[in-house]
Design a protein around this ligand. Structure first.
Ligand code: FEO
Length: 135
Protein backbone atom coordinates (compact mmCIF):
# COMPACT_ATOMS: atom_id res chain seq x y z
CA UNK A 1 0.00 0.00 0.00
CA UNK A 2 1.26 3.46 -0.89
CA UNK A 3 2.60 5.52 1.98
CA UNK A 4 0.90 8.63 0.62
CA UNK A 5 -2.22 9.03 -1.49
CA UNK A 6 -3.23 12.40 -2.88
CA UNK A 7 -6.80 13.53 -2.29
CA UNK A 8 -8.74 16.78 -2.49
CA UNK A 9 -7.90 17.60 1.11
CA UNK A 10 -4.37 18.36 -0.13
CA UNK A 11 -5.49 20.75 -2.85
CA UNK A 12 -3.91 24.20 -2.61
CA UNK A 13 -6.19 25.49 -5.40
CA UNK A 14 -3.29 26.17 -7.75
CA UNK A 15 -3.22 23.52 -10.47
CA UNK A 16 0.52 23.56 -11.11
CA UNK A 17 1.31 23.04 -7.45
CA UNK A 18 -1.31 20.34 -6.95
CA UNK A 19 0.37 18.43 -9.80
CA UNK A 20 3.80 18.97 -8.30
CA UNK A 21 2.61 17.82 -4.88
CA UNK A 22 1.22 14.65 -6.47
CA UNK A 23 4.62 14.04 -8.03
CA UNK A 24 6.36 14.65 -4.69
CA UNK A 25 4.06 12.09 -3.06
CA UNK A 26 4.86 9.62 -5.86
CA UNK A 27 8.56 10.10 -5.27
CA UNK A 28 8.21 9.60 -1.52
CA UNK A 29 6.19 6.44 -2.23
CA UNK A 30 8.93 5.21 -4.59
CA UNK A 31 11.55 5.86 -1.95
CA UNK A 32 9.47 4.02 0.63
CA UNK A 33 8.96 1.06 -1.73
CA UNK A 34 12.66 0.90 -2.57
CA UNK A 35 13.58 0.96 1.09
CA UNK A 36 11.00 -1.68 2.08
CA UNK A 37 11.97 -3.95 -0.80
CA UNK A 38 15.53 -3.87 0.49
CA UNK A 39 16.78 -2.35 -2.75
CA UNK A 40 20.48 -1.70 -2.91
CA UNK A 41 22.08 1.51 -1.79
CA UNK A 42 22.54 2.66 -5.38
CA UNK A 43 18.82 2.35 -6.19
CA UNK A 44 17.66 3.96 -2.96
CA UNK A 45 20.28 6.70 -3.36
CA UNK A 46 19.12 7.43 -6.90
CA UNK A 47 15.49 7.72 -5.80
CA UNK A 48 16.51 9.96 -2.90
CA UNK A 49 18.53 12.18 -5.27
CA UNK A 50 15.50 12.46 -7.58
CA UNK A 51 13.23 13.39 -4.68
CA UNK A 52 15.63 16.09 -3.53
CA UNK A 53 16.06 17.55 -7.02
CA UNK A 54 12.30 17.67 -7.56
CA UNK A 55 11.68 19.16 -4.12
CA UNK A 56 14.18 21.96 -4.78
CA UNK A 57 12.60 22.68 -8.16
CA UNK A 58 9.14 22.75 -6.61
CA UNK A 59 10.16 25.01 -3.73
CA UNK A 60 11.83 27.43 -6.16
CA UNK A 61 8.66 27.55 -8.28
CA UNK A 62 6.48 28.35 -5.26
CA UNK A 63 8.97 30.92 -3.97
CA UNK A 64 9.06 32.65 -7.37
CA UNK A 65 5.29 32.86 -7.70
CA UNK A 66 4.69 34.02 -4.12
CA UNK A 67 7.35 36.70 -4.51
CA UNK A 68 6.15 37.82 -7.94
CA UNK A 69 2.65 38.45 -6.53
CA UNK A 70 3.78 39.99 -3.26
CA UNK A 71 2.31 37.26 -1.04
CA UNK A 72 2.65 38.49 2.58
CA UNK A 73 3.58 35.02 3.89
CA UNK A 74 6.47 34.69 1.45
CA UNK A 75 9.37 35.11 3.88
CA UNK A 76 8.02 32.66 6.42
CA UNK A 77 7.17 30.13 3.75
CA UNK A 78 10.58 30.40 2.14
CA UNK A 79 12.16 29.82 5.55
CA UNK A 80 10.27 26.54 5.87
CA UNK A 81 11.48 25.53 2.41
CA UNK A 82 15.07 26.37 3.30
CA UNK A 83 14.84 24.44 6.56
CA UNK A 84 13.50 21.32 4.91
CA UNK A 85 16.08 21.53 2.16
CA UNK A 86 18.85 21.62 4.77
CA UNK A 87 17.32 18.66 6.61
CA UNK A 88 17.01 16.46 3.52
CA UNK A 89 20.51 17.36 2.36
CA UNK A 90 21.76 16.21 5.78
CA UNK A 91 19.80 12.98 5.35
CA UNK A 92 21.31 12.49 1.93
CA UNK A 93 24.81 13.11 3.26
CA UNK A 94 24.34 10.64 6.10
CA UNK A 95 22.91 8.09 3.71
CA UNK A 96 25.67 8.40 1.12
CA UNK A 97 28.36 8.26 3.82
CA UNK A 98 26.74 5.15 5.28
CA UNK A 99 26.20 6.63 8.74
CA UNK A 100 22.41 7.01 8.48
CA UNK A 101 20.51 4.32 6.60
CA UNK A 102 17.01 5.20 5.47
CA UNK A 103 14.51 3.92 7.98
CA UNK A 104 10.81 3.91 8.61
CA UNK A 105 11.44 6.84 10.96
CA UNK A 106 12.93 8.88 8.12
CA UNK A 107 10.05 7.96 5.81
CA UNK A 108 7.51 8.93 8.46
CA UNK A 109 9.34 12.23 8.94
CA UNK A 110 9.21 12.99 5.18
CA UNK A 111 5.58 11.99 4.90
CA UNK A 112 4.49 14.02 7.93
CA UNK A 113 6.56 16.99 6.94
CA UNK A 114 5.14 17.09 3.41
CA UNK A 115 1.52 16.65 4.41
CA UNK A 116 1.78 19.19 7.24
CA UNK A 117 3.51 21.68 4.97
CA UNK A 118 0.95 21.30 2.19
CA UNK A 119 -2.00 21.50 4.54
CA UNK A 120 -0.44 24.35 6.48
CA UNK A 121 1.53 27.07 4.75
CA UNK A 122 0.95 25.87 1.17
CA UNK A 123 -2.80 26.17 1.59
CA UNK A 124 -2.39 29.76 2.75
CA UNK A 125 -1.19 31.03 -0.63
CA UNK A 126 -4.15 29.49 -2.52
CA UNK A 127 -6.83 32.14 -1.93
CA UNK A 128 -4.27 34.94 -2.27
CA UNK A 129 -2.93 33.68 -5.61
CA UNK A 130 -6.45 32.89 -6.82
CA UNK A 131 -7.26 36.54 -6.15
CA UNK A 132 -4.36 37.46 -8.45
CA UNK A 133 -5.79 35.29 -11.22
CA UNK A 134 -3.53 32.27 -10.61
CA UNK A 135 -5.55 29.04 -10.54
FE1 FEO B 1 4.56 22.87 -1.83
FE2 FEO B 1 5.71 25.04 0.06
O1 FEO B 1 5.84 23.44 -0.76
Amino acid sequence: MALLTWSDKYSVKVRQFDEEHKQLMNLINQLHDAMKAGQGKQVVGDVLDGLIRYTQKHFAAEDRLMKAHGFPGYENHKKEHNQLTLTVLELQKGFSEGSAPLSQTVMTFLKDWLTNHIQGVDKEYGPFLNGKGVT
